[in-house]
Design a binder for this molecule. Structure first.
Ligand code: ADP
Ligand code: MG
Length: 410
């Protein structure tokens, strides 16, 4: 073959591969729009009408909220949805891995700075207002600019709780001049409970938040047990400060209606409800797993040129679980062998008493050790107790991984 023809062939192949990649990217993009892995917005945000209304009412009446749910249940999506509808300025402060007081101070101050700037057509004007505010309050803070963004800096960092209180008061002062409410959404708030200055910071927030008129807090986080302790123990400063909203999973009816609509857009023909329901049986309506798996499944059908059927769904599910196996194994790697065995027992649908003789023999643990393992697994949000008092593995992907890859551990 002449060299030129080979080159043409390679170029053509390259072009073809590129076109296919583009097409698949396009498909992936459009499926991501239907089944976002990140926060759900627009038409992909389903249900949650009551919780949305409650949150909006709280914001409009200046009531602080604690939003509780296991990780990846839709907390951030709900908060952003409600804040968007309430049409209110907000700052998001994520305390994930904020391992000490200084890190917490930095993140809270950045949030406050960004919120102050939202209200500043002319930043210089707010700078003078803040300088004036700190002077009158006899607080030694520096107010200036870091590039184009406003920066407020306390003189010292030995009393972080006092610094945060000053900064919240300064923000409230500005909001009161504007006569406007604003929301501060603090995510992964359980991190506060893990640091030595935590209790003083909780005290400072209480002190400020119980009288603030313009600044409204929404607290959220992924460790329910620590959050429930911070906000629900009578002896702790934040006791009874907030209205609690607990998120459950969405119902299968809500998902079914949505899946019918997306299937119709994708294939023109709507599959039987029994077929669509099979998806929800596998994902158990877990919000992350449902969108994660649907995105995978739609792409699988496109690549394999398959129509949606119970068989296709099962093949895709096994593929999806396999694709995530490394990540899942990592999530399980911190567990002790005993805790892992109890989790496997639950994943395989063990129906007898979990601390009974039969279960003890199966996992080779005594009854108190099993009770302790259940407590650790609950604290880590790997399992939850259902109203009927049975436990279940929260994440269906973890459950399927245990069934597919771990049963010989028992
Ligand atoms: N109201 C909703 N309807 C459908 N899917 C949702 C909804 N809220 C969240 N999700 C999906 O659930 C997953 C986790 O959402 P996210 O808001 O990040 O949860 P969290 O903040 O609790 O970790 C994402 O895939 C998101 O698209
Ligand atoms: Mg979140």
């Amino acid at each position: 073959m002449p060299e030129g023809a080979l080159l043409d062939g390679l170029l053509l192949d390259g072009l073809l591969v590129q076109c296919l990649q583009d097409a698949s990217m396009e498909r992936a993009m459009s499926f991501e729009q239907y089944f976002p892995q990140g926060i759900a917005t627009g038409s992909s945000f389903l249900g949650r009408e009551k919780e949305t209304q409650k949150l909006i009412d709280n914001i409009n009446s200046g009531r602080h909220t604690l939003l509780i749910a296991p990780r990846r249940y839709g907390k951030t999506s709900l908060i952003k949805h409600a804040i968007g509808l309430a049409n209110i300025s907000f700052a998001e402060i994520d305390l994930f891995l904020a391992i000490d007081g200084k890190a917490i101070e930095n993140r809270v101050l950045s949030g406050i700075e960004s919120l102050i700037q939202v209200f500043s057509d002319k930043p210089e004007q707010w700078m003078m207002t803040l300088v004036d505010y700190f002077r009158k309050a006899r607080k030694k803070w520096t107010v200036g600019f870091k590039g184009v963004t406003l920066e407020i800096k306390p003189e010292a960092h030995d009393d972080i709780a006092a610094n945060l209180l000053d900064a919240f008061n300064a923000l409230e002062h500005i909001l009161s001049i504007k006569e406007q409410r604003a929301v501060i959404f603090i995510d992964e708030f359980q991190e506060i409970g893990k640091i030595s200055a935590g209790s003083a910071i909780e005290g400072a927030i209480r002190h400020f938040a119980q009288t603030s008129k313009y600044l409204v807090f929404i607290f959220s986080g992924s460790n329910r047990r620590i959050l429930e302790d911070i906000f629900g123990s009578r002896t702790r400063p934040l006791y009874s400060l907030c209205q609690w909203i607990t998120l459950q999973r969405l119902s299968s009816e809500i998902y079914l209606t949505y899946l019918r609509a997306i299937a119709k857009q994708t294939w023109a023909k709507v599959p039987d409800d029994n077929v669509l329901l099979r998806i929800l049986e596998l994902t158990e309506c877990h919000p992350e797993a449902t969108y994660g798996f649907c995105g995978y499944l739609w792409q699988y059908c496109a690549f394999e040129k398959k129509l949606l059927s119970v068989d296709t769904i099962q093949c895709a599910w096994d593929g999806y679980v396999a694709e995530l196996v490394k990540r899942t194994k990592l999530a399980l790697s911190e567990l002790s062998p005993g805790q892992l065995k109890v989790l496997i027992l639950l994943a395989t649908g063990y129906k007898n008493a979990l601390t009974g003789k039969d279960a003890q023999t199966k996992v080779g643990l005594t009854s108190p050790t099993i009770v302790h393992a259940l407590s650790v697994l609950s604290a880590q949000d790997l399992i939850e107790r259902m109203p009927e008092k049975d436990y279940r593995v929260i994440d269906p992907v973890i459950k399927a991984t245990l069934v597919n890859y771990y049963t010989d551990y028992l």
